[in-house]
Design a protein around this ligand. Sequence first.
Ligand code: TRP
Length: 327
Amino acid sequence: MSKERVLSGMRPTGRLHLGNYLGALKNWQQMQEDYECFFFVADWHALTTDYANTEEIRSNIREMLIDWLAVGIDPEKATIFIQSGIPDHAVLHVLLSMITPIPWLERCPTYKEQQQQLTGRDLSTYGFLGYPVLQSADILIYKAHKVPVGIDQLPHLELTREIGRRFNHLYEEVFPEPQAIHTEILKLPGTDGRKMSKSYNNCIYLSDSPDTIWEKIRTMMTDPQRKRRNDPGDPELSPVYAYHKIFSSEEEIAEVAEGCRTAGIGCIDCKKILSENMIRRLAPIHEKRAVLMEHPEEIDAVLEKGTAAAGQVAASTMAEVRTAMKI
Ligand code: TRP
């Protein structure tokens, strides 16, 4: 019996933080065991918003791949590749663009939102409007069954299904309907209690050293009501407690919660427990990272092998597409 196929991509944003790890990568890592997985760096997608700013793209790709491999995305189990290494994504994008009505793209919620949010750059470009068509090509070219993505990406998945359906209807049945899988089971707050995000400067990175981790946790926000050591607090209002739930043992979690409510434990002691647990948990990732930093050729080899394998799958879909379209 052949396994169902999973495909997902990430824009190369550089070093990944704990939110990226717990929200997406951990799911990818688990899916490797049960599915035929394709994971790729969406470097062309990065250009749709950052076309004017390309100096960091190479190093961002490298940093992100180091994190993928360090957390256990395994090239023996999954096909790891880079979008720009497979020109057929662009070929399918052009063909799909012929059958995609512009209003489908204009009414995509991410289109207007991002244009409003990312001020200071001109996003009235052809490429930015076509972002979801490129994403559809990424997905359909591998005939993916399942696509793990965050909730913000659901409109793009819906559009992918509509474009695939339209193709199948106009020509021949080529593309199966891909299903989204929600990955964000866990909402991890940043060190200031807001959503963890690079642009808020409130991230703990997978690559942060033990000293940096302690410094970030030491100065982390706690229950704002608990101003003095003797004030009782509410652990549910403290992001420190949200982290304990992920990194600490059942006993420790119960202990710090009780200590917080009764003012039996000070915030610094509570933070020390968390910091030690987090540093211990991240140690194997740090070790693997250090090895990979010393051996950049390993990363190149992984990409080369994965891109060759993915390219064959893409080429075989493109042959079907050309037959269906009679071109
Ligand atoms: N748009 C996705 C994001 O910003 C990245 C992406 C590009 C992707 N192509 C994809 C995700 C295909 C899943 C499948 O997160």
